[in-house]
Design a protein around this ligand. Sequence first.
Ligand code: SF4
Length: 416
Amino acid sequence: MLSGRNLHGRGLHLSGIPRQDRTVAKVNPVIYLHVPFCGSFCTYCDFYSEICRSSQAFNDYADAVIGEINSRQKELSMNISAPNAVNTLYIGGGTPSVLPLDVLARIVRAIALSEAPFEEFTVEVNPEDIVEKGSEYVRGLLAIGVNRISMGVQSFDDGILRWMNRRHDGTRAIKAYRILRECGVRNISIDLIFGISQLTDEIWKDTIEEALALAPEHISAYQLSIEEGSALAKMVSDGRYVEASDEQCRRQYNFLCCTLKQSGYHHYEISNFAKPGFEAVHNSAYWRRVPYIGLGPGAHSLIGNVRSWNSQELPHRALNCEPLSDAPLKLSRNQDNLTTYSRSFETLSTEDIRVEKIMLSLRTDKGMEATELYSLAERYAVDSLLMEGALEKIGSRIRISESHLFVSDEIIRELI
Ligand code: SF4
């Protein structure tokens, strides 16, 4: 339910053209690039990332990714004829905005296979990086083709941000947003987090009001989850943090949904809200199981029924980065040859695909064709959830009703 894993709103948007007006028959697979660097370590995070400010590490990373791009040309140039396939690039992390612009530009040049711009090209940024690097950096992002920015604001409350160990405060988040707008970014998404025990309903209300005053095209809001290996998990086991109650989380989620709906946002996925026409194209492709290619350490790919994933090692020639976790880097110290990450594969079983289809489709307000859902789940389970009002039929499709999205995990469990 409301997984907090995707705290950057990955994993997985648009140049301002309403999605329904675009028809794409054959395009490349969607591409995700993982940037495994951060400027600080957030309390709740278990993502693969390293604190790093070394230009050698950044360039070694770029060399390794470009090597990967070259070795995967066949996949990258593959045309996908899936209905509603898209042509997107999403650079996430980690914190891609810690990378120098020239390093990022070098990788993007290697990824871009044609002169045609990506339909949606998103980069995740940290507010503090935007304020520090300023408008020249933002204009540089636009110049390499970025047409959507996803900014990890998380909160506008300084006490909550300090607890999260974020680098910015509320004022800097607003300043960063204004810089993006002044530079001409027309599609901005911001991430928020709720369900923190010390996040009172009043602070949450203020946070949503601050967000709405900025009028971003897209808002992703995730419930805090305790991820194994995070600093927060240690705080819970040491008794230094007590989880928010279900009742508090539900209240805050309901307030979020009602307020954003009243403000004209389309609630198109459990944790995602967009002004009409600004729904995330890239993430929506994941939920439809469109083939995707993940580049960089820790990135996952799906081509047909084969999933692959890159190992989580920072490519390097010298160990000059501080790992975020206690785990030692298992890399050689060869100064001459770049040590890079490796790739593993698995073929998904029919059962894996069935479960994935139900889980991903029912996250969205489109849900799934009723005939398909009946073919994938037990008929009595679907019918009884429809009777209870947990599922609803809209035309030929079935989806989770908005009033039950908070318990979507339980509903999906009953279907799989
Ligand atoms: S910015 Fe924070 S949440 Fe995002 S990857 Fe880095 S440590 Fe994790």
